[in-house]
Design a protein around this ligand. Structure first.
Ligand SMILES: [Zn+2]
Length: 69
């Protein structure tokens, strides 16, 4: 059994949970990151490709907070 891993490429407009990828940028300290907009209207979400693809980041902080107990 083999599972093909998705490529580490994220397109603009791709959706992860409540997030929609707006643009890619590179942080001098943290490397390539993606700016995302949350469905609640928050556009201050940033995450790495790994975080998005592994589902570690799928909403803004406020939404992530309210959805966890
Ligand atoms: Zn949100």
């Amino acid at each position: 059994m083999s599972i093909a891993l998705p490529t580490l490429t994220i397109e603009h407009g791709e959706r992860f949970g409540k997030l929609t990828v707006l643009r890619k940028y590179t942080s001098k300290k943290r490397g390539p990151r993606y700016a995302c907009g949350c469905s609640c209207g928050c556009t201050k979400v940033t995450a790495t490709a790994n975080e998005l693809l592994k589902g570690r980041v799928k909403a803004c902080l406020r939404c992530a907070d309210s959805s966890s107990p």
